[in-house]
Design a protein around this ligand. Structure first.
Ligand SMILES: C[S@@+](CC[C@H](N)C(=O)[O-])C[C@H]1O[C@@H](n2cnc3c(N)ncnc32)[C@H](O)[C@@H]1O
Length: 268
């Protein structure tokens, strides 16, 4: 059982397996209310939390606190939400743009983005948890949204063509990737020249105590895999991004972790 092992003793594939197992349970939240363990669930909140402090633990109040307009959405589109921000609200999406959502989960950010880019645009979601992809597909059908596409895959090796995307968004996911460097190299590869990144994620203002970063539940709860804010920005610059910055922060949380909006741009 992976949960008893220390994260520092695990191979990247073992870490991803633990993450996939945790988010399969989050995808199943509508079926098994008590089994979820995500960033924003009460069990994880005891040791970690990617929810901003002002957000309560229900997904309804969390999405409201983050400024989502979920009117008309079925509960299955919001109940597995596990984000720590609202990147679409800040991404200045335009009609006709192609958007890529890294770790798209049950699809909420994709559905919001799909309205902004319209029928002439498109939103692609990549996720490595089959149960999340299935749930997001069902939600899109229920919502009658057709300009979205869900791809099973790893954001460290994205199933997306070079220079094909206008905007990369992501909500509380990159902290879960064992190699942040690979994620940003891939984001750079798939973006068109001039393309932009707008992600919300958990970062750290100081290093985590080893005993905290070594807990699997803290890792899958979006804290244990988080890195220092400056290190995060440096990975983006090393990948080639310009104008890299944290545009806003939600309050400090456990062990100096906080929720940040991070922006960058691929040069023309
Ligand atoms: C905290 S949830 C966030 C989901 C969604 N962005 C939201 O805001 O509700 C993390 C999601 O990222 C996915 N994920 C984590 N690591 C991944 C990776 N390396 N490649 C693809 N998806 C990944 C998980 O399967 C899960 O659906």
């Amino acid at each position: 059982m992976t949960e008893t092992k220390k994260v520092s003793e695990m191979e990247p594939d073992e870490i991803k397996k633990a993450v996939r197992e945790a988010y399969s349970r989050v995808a199943d939240v509508g079926n098994e209310k008590d089994s979820a363990t995500s960033c924003c669930d009460p069990p994880a909140q005891t040791s970690s939390s990617c929810c901003p402090p002002e957000a309560k633990v229900t997904t309804a109040s969390l999405t409201e606190a983050l400024g989502y307009d979920t009117k008309g959405m079925p509960i299955s589109a919001t109940e597995s939400f596990a984000g720590c921000g609202n990147p679409v609200a800040l991404a200045s999406l335009k009609e006709g743009e192609v958007v890529l959502d890294l770790g798209s989960g049950a699809g909420l950010d994709m559905f919001v983005a799909s309205k902004k880019v319209g029928e002439s645009g498109k939103v692609i979601g990549v996720d490595m948890t089959p149960a999340m992809i299935e749930k997001a597909k069902k939600n899109a059908v229920e919502l009658g949204i057709t300009n979205v596409e869900f791809r099973f895959g790893d954001i460290e090796d994205m199933p997306v063509d070079d220079n094909s995307v206008d905007v990369v968004i992501s909500n509380c996911v990159i902290n879960l990737a064992p190699s942040k460097a690979k994620v940003f190299q891939e984001a750079y590869r798939v973006l068109k020249p001039g393309g932009r990144v707008m992600v919300s994620d958990i970062v750290l203002s100081k290093p985590l105590p080893k005993e905290v970063s070594d807990e699997v539940i803290t890792y899958t709860g979006c804290i244990g895999g988080a890195i220092l804010d400056e290190e995060y920005l440096q990975h983006m610059r090393d990948a080639g991004f310009e104008d890299v910055k944290i545009t806003s922060k939600a309050g400090q949380s456990l062990h100096g972790s906080y929720s940040a909006y991070v922006a960058g741009r691929k040069p023309e």
